[in-house]
Design a protein. Structure first.
Length: 394
């Protein structure tokens, strides 16, 4: 199947337009990373505290952010996660302590910030632990068990919390929902000592700054090693200038992708790094297809100018490029649109990277090859991208 037959587009004739496009986006990304927004590292890299909160209603992020600011938790990042109907929110706090107490403190900070008009003499059942429920029941002894109460109420406290978290999804809208988890006397006692907020803190995670810095270093090394491996492979498989052109192209793609994340203020997480490494391979594969056709045509068109050979090669592979890139782009676009917030960063990196990677294989890699060849001819040297017996004249 082919979309284009016998096309004759002068891609190299438009190289200055391509250069201007790449410069605009590259410079904008560099300025954003250095002067405006910085590199928006996610909690995986910079360290911090992640608090997973489930609401009984659709969360209002503006109200949540205002409540956090009022409680002194400034610059908190909010992100929806899970299915839309689950009403779940991920709150990223800039709290970087790594001890066990910080887990409880992160939870308490969120509860304190989000609770409003809570009764002073009651405990929030949506955020109570099984130990809290157990201690309350032991103190009130609604079943009048006396000295035998400990074992019974320990089991009931755990059963109530498990029913809330595992059966009802973590948030109660009415204490009567616990009828399937306890007996009537205990239920009546819970109504006297507990109230219900409209949210429940499901989990708290902490990433220390030391771990974050290590991940930054490892991510940078992974990218550098992949670029070095490509340079060695292409230098061995073709000529070293092909490898240099491919590495410059991939660096261009990576710079624009990371710059776009900085401009959009989207966090760069481990999954985004995985997407960028995937794109390095994807872009390189596209470039190799064009380079391989150039090498084949050099043998068949020995007396043609290299610029004409490169244009011919790009046109010959254009249909293949559009088909593969187009189908891949539609797939990742669907992932971006329907994959939810958890996959947003990963799919956004793929959407940007596939567009830029396909563009750069045509607009960056090939012109670098021709520019280097022209420079060698001007210096009176043998053009390395052509066979030894090829005509040097332009």
């Amino acid at each position: 199947m082919e979309f284009f037959r016998n096309t004759n587009i002068d891609f190299l004739g438009k190289k200055w337009y391509f250069l201007a496009f790449s410069l605009i986006f590259s410079v904008a990304g560099v300025f954003s990373m250095l002067l405006w927004h910085g590199i928006p590292w996610g909690v995986d890299f910079r360290g911090g505290t992640l608090v997973y909160v489930k609401f009984s209603h659709t969360p209002n992020e503006d109200a949540i952010r205002a409540a956090m600011d009022h409680a002194g938790l400034h610059n908190a990042k909010l992100q929806r996660y899970g299915a839309v109907g689950n009403n779940e929110e991920l709150i990223d706090l800039d709290v970087r302590e790594t001890n066990e107490a910080a887990l409880d403190q992160g939870k308490l900070n969120i509860i304190k910030a989000l609770e409003s008009n809570s009764p002073a003499d009651k405990t929030d059942l949506n955020n109570a632990s099984s130990l809290t429920v157990q201690k309350y029941l032991l103190d009130k002894d609604p079943l009048h068990l006396g000295i035998d109460a400990d074992k019974k109420y320990t089991a009931q406290g755990q059963s109530i919390v498990d029913y809330r978290d595992k059966t009802l999804g973590g948030v109660l809208t009415s204490i009567d929902q616990l009828q399937g988890a306890t007996d009537p006397a205990t239920l009546a006692s819970l109504k006297d000592g507990f109230y219900l907020s409209d949210f429940g803190v499901r989990n708290v995670e902490i990433v220390g700054p030391q771990v974050g810095s290590q991940l930054q270093k490892q991510a940078a090394l992974a990218t550098i090693y992949s670029l070095a491996g490509m340079l060695v492979y292409l230098g061995f498989r073709f000529e070293w200038i092909y490898g240099v052109a491919a590495v410059i192209t991939v660096f261009h793609d990576t710079l624009i992708t990371v710059g776009a994340f900085s401009l959009l203020k989207e966090d760069i997480s481990l999954t985004v790094i995985a997407a960028i490494l995937t794109l390095i391979g994807y872009s390189n594969n596209d470039t190799i297809v064009v380079f391989d056709r150039i090498r084949e045509n050099i043998k068949l068109m020995r007396r043609e100018k290299l610029s004409d050979i490169v244009n011919r090669s790009i046109n010959q592979t254009l249909s293949r490029t559009i088909l593969t890139a187009g189908l891949t782009f539609l797939t990742v676009l669907a992932l971006f649109l329907f994959g939810g917030e958890v996959l947003r960063g990963f799919s956004l990196a793929l959407v940007i990277g596939i567009l830029i990677g396909t563009y750069s294989s045509i607009a960056i890699a090939a012109p670098i090859l021709v520019a280097y060849q022209d420079w060698r001819i001007e210096k009176g040297k043998r053009p390395v991208a052509m066979p030894v017996g090829a005509v040097k004249g332009r």
